[in-house]
Write a protein that binds this ligand. Structure first.
Ligand code: ZN
Ligand code: ZN
Length: 332
């Protein structure tokens, strides 16, 4: 039996910490002692509305126990948690497209307990080992920040027959920053970035991006990445993208994805692309890039807090005062 300290989101911004006994580890699972749990903007909804499970889906840690029938993993291994609980057997999983699993029933931290806790049990296939030389602070950014960004960019590039000459990124939160540094890393032109918050914009410019000057001009970019999720951001993106080009909608919100039925949209070819997370098959290719861009991202994005500070830190995060707080646990 493991005694765990876990956060419960009760709704209306109330976060309660409780000491709970974890049940015996289920067959097929590994028990992870969490070392880093990164806050994600998508958790603002459960913060408002409450969650039946322990939230937190950007998790890095170390295996402390292995359930039955898991020959692949051992106690002591360091890794990050892949949030989609994929089946491994459907047509999508069969070709390595694990983020497109046809039987995807759960996401860690959404439909089953996640990482705002000292310990979390996850299916063994969702525990991704991290290279020894990489810190878990950097590795955790390989998930939603760099993994999602790199995957979206790879799919976007695929749609283009000509070289991408101009890239725009709308929104310079963690995901937008991930997109900006990964587009540089992947050899795309220097991205032009926009964010209404001066500090976020400055962070992106500090990491090598250029300020996007004209939000009103039409037909400017071969690749527009919408990373804010806001209605305005999506409208701007529809305007900036040129015919034949690709609009990658990565930003999350409850707003609908709208393709406007105006003359411009009716009379042009355009790729409206939405991608989700990343397939496990891309993880290996991302480590090297992450080793280069990760430390810079950590220093720009993250701040550190303890689990007991989560109620206060999440409130500040909710107000937009912090980009990506890391809940840090001392190594056991
Ligand atoms: Zn996330
Ligand atoms: Zn599957």
């Amino acid at each position: 039996m493991t005694k765990a300290r876990r956060a419960r989101f009760l709704g209306d911004g109330v976060v309660e910490l409780a000491q709970e006994m974890l049940p015996d580890i289920a067959a097929g699972d590994v028990r992870v002692a969490v070392e880093v749990s990164a806050l994600c903007g998508s958790d603002k909804r459960p913060y408002r509305e409450g969650s039946a499970v322990v939230p937190g889906h950007e998790i890095a840690g170390r295996i402390v126990a292995v359930g039955g029938g898991v020959p692949t993993h051992r106690v002591g291994e360091r890794g990050v948690v892949y949030a989609p609980v994929f089946c491994g057997a459907c047509a999508s999983c069969g070709v390595g497209f694990t983020n497109g699993c046809l039987k995807l029933a759960e996401l860690v931290g959404w439909q089953r307990d996640g990482g705002y806790a000292t310990h979390v049990d996850v299916p063994a296939q969702c525990f991704i080992r991290v290279p020894d030389a990489m810190s878990l602070d950097v590795a955790v950014l390989g998930l939603d920040t760099v993994g999602t960004a790199a995957h979206g960019l790879r799919w976007a590039i695929r749609t283009q027959v000509r070289a991408v000459e101009r890239v725009a990124v709308i929104g310079c939160g963690p995901l937008g920053l991930g997109v900006a540094v990964m587009s540089l890393e992947m050899g795309l032109p220097v991205p032009e970035v926009f964010d209404p918050v001066p500090g976020r914009l400055a962070a992106a410019v500090g990491m090598g991006a250029r300020r996007l000057r004209d939000l009103d001009a039409e037909n400017q970019y071969d690749l527009v990445v919408e990373a804010s999720g806001s209605r305005t951001g999506r409208e701007v993106a529809q305007r900036l993208v040129r015919p034949g080009a690709v609009l990658l909608a990565l930003g999350e919100s409850d707003e609908p994805f709208v393709i406007p039925a105006n003359p411009r949209t009716r009379r042009t070819n355009l790729f409206n692309l939405r991608t989700f997370y990343f397939p496990l098959s891309e993880v290996e290719a991302n480590w090297a890039a992450l080793a280069r861009v990760g430390p810079g991202l950590v220093s720009v994005l993250s701040s550190r807090a303890t689990l007991d500070e989560l109620p206060e830190v999440f409130a500040r995060f909710y107000r937009g005062e912090l980009l990506k707080p890391f809940i840090r646990f001392d190594s056991p």
